[in-house]
Design a protein around this ligand. Sequence first.
Ligand code: FAD
Length: 466
Amino acid sequence: MPDETLTAEFLTQLKNCVAAKACFTDPSDCYAYGYDNSRNHQLPHAVVLPNDEEQIQKIISLCNKHKIALTVRGRGTGTAGGSVPLRRGVVLSTENMTEIINIDPDNRVATVQPGVLNQTLQDALAKHQLFWAPDPTSAAFCSIGGNLAINSAGPRAVKYGTTRDNVLGLHAITGNGMKIKTGVRTTKGVVGYDLTRLIVGSEGTLAVITQAHLKLLPLPESKATSQIFYKDIESATNAITKVMAQPISPCALEFIDSACLDIIRQHTNEPIPPAAKALLMIDVDGNPETIKAATHAITESVQNNGLIELNTADSKAEIEKIWKTRKVLSPALRTIAPKKINEDVVVPVSEIPALIKQLQMISDKYSIPIVNFGHAGNGNIHTNLLLDETNRIQANNAQACLNDVFELVLKLNGTLSGEHGVGIEKRDYVGREIDNNTLNLMRQIKTQFDPNNILNPDKMFPLIKE
Ligand SMILES: Cc1cc2nc3c(=O)[nH]c(=O)nc-3n(C[C@H](O)[C@H](O)[C@H](O)COP(=O)(O)OP(=O)(O)OC[C@H]3O[C@@H](n4cnc5c(N)ncnc54)[C@H](O)[C@@H]3O)c2cc1C
């Protein structure tokens, strides 16, 4: 990969694009802007912290003129390497663009700068009895710009959709420095191509998002959570299909497998029945009457011979206690297996039983423990290959094991990533899911937005050998 060293002249001009002290080049200052939660790292030559759209436009125009790679960064919580500056160049961090420009309760729209943290927005909206649906577990640390660029989502996606379903319009600067406004400020609108949905999920490769109009929803009055333990995986996965086939939409439907339950047992004092081999956590929301009816409907649909224990909570404290078991998982898995491979595959909900069963066979074949949990209502399962760094057999088998996992997912009509994005991590596998004609069209779209390929180069698509 070429390492574009920046000239003194370029750096002077770059510094002139932003306020004093908002551009730095000392490696010790730049270091932290070189990695994300994928644990990949590349040191940028320069980091800029613009305050507004005009400054972003100047930075992009300058980088475009000099053909310098520009990587936009929200808060670096991405898990696919999206904000890692592979060609070094310039990192543009949106951390100074944290203004909630407007909250318009009458029209249920919020307008924000890209650096606003998801949780900061949710807190501001709650004062108006509103919320923005995307709820990644990282809400307290991740930016709205990052949510938009990855099309992030959390447990609520099963009822309220992903980021893409909850954004009305954008301001953005393309790779050739052109300011564009996409979408609408209304909840209906059909004029022109839908560039909003194209830019959402484009992982910083087409344009830098400088402002977003977000669709808001009324906060539900209350919530209830059911915690359902099963004696085997099949009973739990069959119940998932049943829940999704009945008319009440849960606002979360999470699945946790047997190995994950063991990890929760080791890391918390939560009372988990000894015979339990799988857990479903199902949330419903609404007003107290609809909650009652919804809980009843869900409780009916999860019944089968494998059900061991069903608990329902409707107070905030009890609900939080139940969710603690789910939230402890990711950090615990990272402690147990620091080199774990964490995939976020998706299959049609009806294929979850087949997925889980065949993942076990792949795990046995390669002697690599695979543990699964996640957003089962969307068929989005976090599949973790728990690699032991000291085990050479596992190290040798890891790639083949991952290949088999992806092959299985595609065979079941699934997709390789439901929320983490492609970045560097899945770039080489994209050609398995997307055919050549479609990939070529996508590359042509990239060229239209970013003719000199300066925005986040070498991401999202398989590399073309030059
Ligand atoms: C503990 C933990 C839990 C997580 N849980 C979830 C989860 O439940 N669901 C989920 O979906 N993800 C989850 N994630 C992943 C991550 O938090 C999300 O992908 C998040 O949206 C990234 O936001 P960020 O601000 O950190 O973006 P970054 O990591 O900085 O960037 C991500 C991508 O967005 C691009 N980008 C950032 N800002 C802009 C912009 N203004 N314009 C254009 N492109 C931009 C970057 O170039 C990069 O490609 C989790 C991560 C962690 C560490």
